[in-house]
Design a binder for this molecule. Sequence first.
Ligand code: BDP
Length: 334
Amino acid sequence: MTIIFSRLLKISALLILTAASTICVGQTKLKAWSIHPDSYPVSQALQFFADDVKKSTAGRYEVEVITSAGGLTPGTTITPEKAQEMLLKGEIDFAVSNVGPLSQKAPSIKVLSLPFLFTDSEHMFKQLDGKLGKQFEEKLQTVQFKVLGWYDGGARSFYCVQPINAMTDFANLRIRVIQSEVYLEMVKLIGGQPKSVPFKEVLGAFQEGKIDCAENNMPSFESTEHYKVAKNMLVTNHVVAAEVLLISPKLFASLSADDKQKIEKSGRQSSVVMRDLWKKRVASSQEIASKSGVKFVRLKDPATMVRKLGPLYGKYMNDPATRSELLTIIANQN
Ligand code: BDP
């Protein structure tokens, strides 16, 4: 009798546990935002992040990844600027953003968008994974942006509808840039007319003849189908861009110390996954563009471009908001 009773007790304890874990699963629903489609490295890394958070918190947190700049309701879109606001209000919980648009709130981060600062992503991450990254994380934290990981924003080049073989060909061309002071100034200095067009509207702007050129990395050039309309790329690699995975300050403040650690760990791991996926995607995107007849011309004399951009470096060296970070980068310390 006692054996049967103790078995019954065990079974009911098990049932209670199972029920509790079912209730726990999906208990806190969170939203992570990516401007890119599902198959893009940023979105895939966010999906890894979502799965990892769910696993490490035994299902207490369920992260939904919103891709392709989609809004919270069908038919609406989110720009990086809007995403920042939503993150601060807690309307979304995580977002990946290029550092360019963040400079409106954290001016010192502008230096990371300066042209020809880093030779490649490895050079950039050597610094962002070290002292420089910490410096920026602290600066971003003062305006409520908590960084969970540094993502690869790739090496950006210019592409145009018309043939483009040298810097002089940019004269008066309407060039779409990311919404950031450095990019706008850069295009002016190389003789073009900068046009701020939201990322999702660039293809339409090309099709409607509103812009002649844009600039971006190889995966975005391909995933946005810009390569179908702007078939001439001048390979300048002028900006090796950084992106950040951010968490909403409201959510972060509400987490237990243990959950903070878990989510921070998933963030760091997702950046490793992202950087690895990125390298593969650069190669496959270039192949797609090449096969479709895109003409790639290497910039013969990058020094000419750097000379034209001289005033930009001078400006940021003299600006107290950016000077110390710029010096750290130039000194190449980590
Ligand atoms: C892509 C970046 C994205 C930017 C976009 C742009 O990943 O964050 O918003 O370029 O040019 O490469 O707007």
